[in-house]
Design a protein around this ligand. Structure first.
Ligand SMILES: [Zn+2]
Length: 601
């Protein structure tokens, strides 16, 4: 980790700035620039810089879009040539909205320094003012503000600078880039409200890699597979990426797709990439029919190289959208209305994918690697990768064929009883509207019963996620007054499908929101159940056969007297039919849907 003197006068350094930068009044230099491109500013400095920028230019507005777990404001800077800072005004002008987010992982802070420079050149020096001709820009300079202030030199062992930086996760030790769906953190709740209010046409999330060494300064990923609308995918691969990548390369930075080696540190075995689940930024935007660009600068490159690569990526992306805003907004409108149409005519035929895998197929790709050798390590007892530093141009297989593992027929609506109040609250943050029953209704729904329920033994993101087998059931249920109806003829319906369908790894039930339904609350005393159980088996020969088979085939069960009696208890009239039964119903017929809507009037 490099250390640097912080005492050089700004005016001197201003003259040493990158040749591509215009002359800058030294009072507008950032901590990054004044430190010889080695340091990054603290939260207070960053916020002060953003506020000063907004004070100096009528084209900029600073707001706080929420408050962190430790009470810090979440900063947002809006740049608008028309001095319009509300989404409805901006839409009327036909401008694109681009949201640029930095520091979701506050140790990976390149985007903040790139953004400060970019904002300055747009509204202060004016050298890049034209980037506002067709777009309104929203900058979140630091998303994980509490993590950012856990500042120090030892937060990112793999990363080459800045001298000190922030910490990956929030004050609650939660990773915001796993929180897009469940929204456990105050930071994410504020973000989702902001995102769904503005609905950016392009969302950019700035990171720094971990992983292997290679020649590229910067990598990127965008969703292009079956987890995003095909029109949005076609715009991304056909229009946006060629223009943007050309701009990045023209700035002198080598760029490649964000990849992982199939085997530890060994690119010769090939590379992989795949669809991001919606707990991640890019996967979440895909559910909202919005393209998201994940920028991942390479951790081993110097901080200045990384910040400059991010800066040119951001510039290129804004210019690329600006080249044809109409093409993008038409694609997004078509994707949104396609979702609404699907919900309106839910015919049981149109399915929506929930989980993805990687197919076996690959394509050969050229990759600018750094040569490495494997040698025996006395330290670990295993093999050790040693990078020689020599550039190596290799042609290797790239496994990036995303396949659909699970999908579901989309219903007209979901319905759930009012006691699960977290659900409508979170749905609202995701931009979804709900109806409430004004009187009880009995209707036929599809739902699930869960078997083989297990929980993770170690917490993940503060939760012990559940896994289970979900068995579909169709039954008549009565939902009380106040029950929540979530109809899927709304543009954000894909989010609701992922939150309510148990097979999605980001569903409420998978994250543990419904754990209480798996708790058995009444039990039979053994001397009572012995009598009832015998009578049940005498009366019902098929139950008797099922019980015998269970005893004969399941030795663990057979050896546990209380389990055998409880098995009978659960099948007796005293057993709890709600146990392990999903309270959420899928309304799959138009008659049931119309009845539910009528009961919500
Ligand atoms: Zn990251």
């Amino acid at each position: 980790m490099k250390r640097a003197s912080f005492s050089v006068a700004g005016a001197v350094l201003a003259a040493q700035l990158c040749v591509c930068a215009p002359a800058v009044d030294s009072t507008w230099l950032t901590t990054y620039e004044r430190s010889g491109f080695l340091r990054t500013g603290r939260y207070d400095e960053t916020v002060a810089y953003c506020k000063r920028l907004a004070g100096a230019s009528p084209l900029a507005k600073f707001i706080s879009f929420g408050v962190s777990a430790r009470g810090r404001d979440l900063p947002l800077v809006i740049l608008s040539q028309d001095r319009m800072f509300e989404p409805a005004q901006v839409r009327q002008k036909g401008k694109a909205v681009i949201l640029i987010q930095s520091g979701i992982h506050a140790g990976e802070i390149d985007g903040k320094d790139a953004s400060q420079k970019l904002m300055r050149e747009i509204v202060i020096t004016g050298s890049l003012r034209s980037l506002l001709d067709h777009a309104v820009l929203l900058f979140i300079p630091i998303f994980n503000v509490d993590g950012h202030e856990r500042f120090g030199p030892y937060n990112r062992i793999n990363q080459n600078g800045p001298v000190e930086t922030g910490w990956r996760v929030t004050a609650q030790n939660l990773n915001l880039n796993r929180d897009y769906m469940k929204a456990d953190t105050p930071e994410m709740r504020a973000f989702l409200t902001l995102f769904n209010r503005w609905l950016p046409d392009l969302y950019i999330d700035c990171h720094v890699t971990d992983g292997i060494d290679f020649q590229y300064d910067v990598t990127y990923t965008m969703e292009l597979g079956p987890n995003i609308d095909p029109g949005v995918s076609a715009w991304t691969s056909g229009s946006f990426l060629p223009r943007t990548l050309h701009a990045v390369e023209a700035s002198g930075h080598k760029v490649f797709t964000y990849v992982f080696p199939r085997e530890d540190h060994d690119v010769a075995k090939g590379l992989t990439g795949g669809a991001a689940p919606p707990r991640f930024s890019s996967g979440y935007a895909a559910l909202q029919n919005r393209p998201a660009l994940l920028i991942e600068t390479h951790m081993l490159k110097a901080y200045r190289t990384r910040v400059e690569a991010t800066y040119h990526f951001l510039r290129g992306a804004i210019a690329s959208v600006s080249a044809d805003v109409g093409a993008l907004t038409r694609v997004l409108a078509a994707a949104d209305s396609g979702v609404v149409r699907r919900g309106r005519h839910a015919d049981g035929e149109s399915t929506f994918p929930l989980t993805f895998g990687l197919g076996p197929g690959s394509r050969m790709t050229e990759f600018l690697a750094i040569r490495s050798v494997k040698v025996k390590s006395e330290l670990s007892g295993g093999e050790r990768t040693v990078y020689t530093g020599e550039p190596d141009r290799v042609t290797i297989p790239f496994f990036d064929r995303t396949t659909i593992v699970d999908s579901v027929a989309v219903p007209f609506a979901y319905i759930l009883p009012p006691e699960w109040e977290f659900a409508p609250q979170i749905l609202k943050m995701h931009g979804l509207s709900v109806r409430r029953l004004t009187r009880p209704i009995t209707l036929e729904v599809e739902s699930y019963r869960f078997h083989n329920v297990r929980w993770q033994t170690r917490p993940f993101e503060g939760r012990h996620g559940a896994s289970y087998t979900s068995v579909p059931v169709t039954e008549s249920r009565t939902y009380p007054r106040g029950s929540v109806i979530v109809s899927l003829d709304q543009r954000g319906a894909n989010v609701a499908v992922h939150l309510f369908e148990p097979e999605s790894k980001d569903s409420f039930v998978a994250w543990g929101f419904f754990d209480a339904i798996f708790e058995q609350k009444e039990y039979a005393e053994s001397y009572i159940m012995e009598k009832v159980g015998r009578e049940m088996l005498e009366r019902d020969s098929s139950l008797q056969a099922e019980f015998r088979q269970k005893v004969e085939t399941d030795t663990v069960f057979a050896a546990r007297p209380e389990a055998r009696l409880n098995w009978l208890y659960l099948r007796s009239p005293w057993g709890d039919p709600w146990l392990s039964t999903y309270p959420v119903g899928r309304i799959v017929t138009s008659s049931a849907f119309l009845a539910a809507v009528d009961a919500a009037r």
